[in-house]
Design a protein around this ligand. Structure first.
Ligand SMILES: C[S@@+](CC[C@H](N)C(=O)[O-])C[C@H]1O[C@@H](n2cnc3c(N)ncnc32)[C@H](O)[C@@H]1O
Length: 246
C-alpha cells in the first residue's frame, strides 16, 4: 500500500514535516545549481509539486515562471492555498500527462516523486513525460531519498528499517518527525541508483551528474543545524541530466 496523497490530513501532515535536512542538503543546493546553469532562462516545471514547497522556494530564489503539477487534487488545493503569487500556477494532471506541448520548459524539477511511484512502468511514464516537455538543451533536476542510505536514522527521518536490504519496487516504511506531534508514517518505494539511471537514459536523458551531499558540503553556519548522521551519510541523491540538442 503506497501513500494516499489525496487524503487531506496526510497531505497537511507532510506539509508540516520539519524538512530542514531536505532543505539544507537537497532543495537549496539544487536551486543554487539551477540558478548557476539557467543563464536567465526561467520557465520551470515542478513535477509532483505536492503542497508547493519547492515551487515557493524557486520563487524566493528569483525564478519567475513556475508551473507545479501533481496527480493529487488535494495537494494542488494545498499548494494554491499556500502560494500567493501570479508567477506560480498549479495544475492537476491525469495519467502523467502534463498539459503542455513538447519542448516548452527550460528545466524540470522532480523532488521525492519516484519514491512515491510504485511501478517501473510509472517511473518510465514520468521520465518520458519529463523528457517530452523539456526543451532540447534543457535540464532535469531530480531529488530523492538516497537508495544508498536506507535504514539510517537521520535527524528528522528514518527511511527503511535498519539492517534490511531492499530491491527495486520494494516498499519501505518512512518515519517523519512533525514538530510538536507524534511521528508520521508513510510508505515509499525503493529504486536503486541503476534503476534511476537506466529509466532516465531510456527516456533520452544524457550527461548525468550525481550529487550525494553530506554536512561537510554546505557552509559552516548551515551545518550546525544538522545532526551526526548527516555528517557521516548522504540522506538524498540528486541526479542532474540534460535533454540533448537534437
Ligand atoms: C513526497 S511528495 C513531494 C512533494 C514535493 N515535490 C516536495 O518535495 O515537497 C510526493 C508528491 O508526488 C506526487 N505524485 C506521486 N506520483 C505522481 C505522478 N505519477 N505524477 C505526478 N505527481 C505524483 C504526490 O501526489 C505527492 O504530492
Amino acid at each position: 500500500m503506497t501513500t494516499n496523497w489525496d487524503n487531506r490530513s496526510i497531505s497537511l501532515l507532510f506539509d508540516s514535516y520539519d524538512d530542514r535536512v531536505e532543505n539544507l542538503l537537497g532543495y537549496q543546493p539544487l536551486i543554487a545549481e539551477m540558478k548557476r546553469s539557467m543563464n536567465g532562462s526561467t520557465k520551470i516545471l515542478d513535477y509532483g509539486c505536492g503542497g508547493g514547497k519547492v515551487s515557493r522556494r524557486l520563487l524566493e530564489a528569483g525564478f519567475d515562471e513556475i508551473t507545479g503539477v501533481d496527480i493529487s487534487e488535494t495537494m494542488i488545493e494545498i499548494a494554491r492555498e499556500r502560494t500567493s503569487s501570479e508567477k506560480v500556477e498549479y495544475l492537476k494532471i491525469k495519467n502523467n500527462k502534463v498539459p503542455f506541448s513538447d519542448d516548452i520548459f527550460d528545466a524540470a524539477v522532480c523532488c521525492y516523486v519516484f519514491v512515491n511511484t510504485p511501478t517501473p512502468s510509472e517511473i518510465s511514464a514520468i521520465s518520458n513525460e519529463l523528457f517530452r516537455i523539456i526543451k532540447p538543451g534543457g535540464f532535469l533536476y531530480l531529488l530523492d531519498t538516497n537508495p544508498r542510505s536506507i535504514g539510517i536514522q537521520f535527524s528528522t527521518f528514518l527511511n527503511g528499517s535498519p539492517g534490511l536490504t531492499y530491491e527495486n519496487g520494494d516498499q519501505r516504511e518512512v518515519i517523519l518527525h512533525i514538530p510538536n506531534q507524534e511521528v508520521f508514517r508513510i510508505i515509499d518505494t525503493h529504486w536503486t541508483l541503476d534503476a534511476y539511471l537506466s529509466t532516465l537514459s531510456l527516456a533520452g536523458f544524457a550527461d548525468f551528474h550525481i550529487s550525494e551531499r553530506r554536512a561537510r558540503d554546505i557552509s559552516a553556519d548551515h551545518r550546525i543545524q544538522l545532526g551526526p548522521a548527516e555528517h557521516s551519510y548522504a540522506p538524498f541523491i540528486q541526479l542532474t541530466a540534460k535533454k540533448p540538442l537534437t
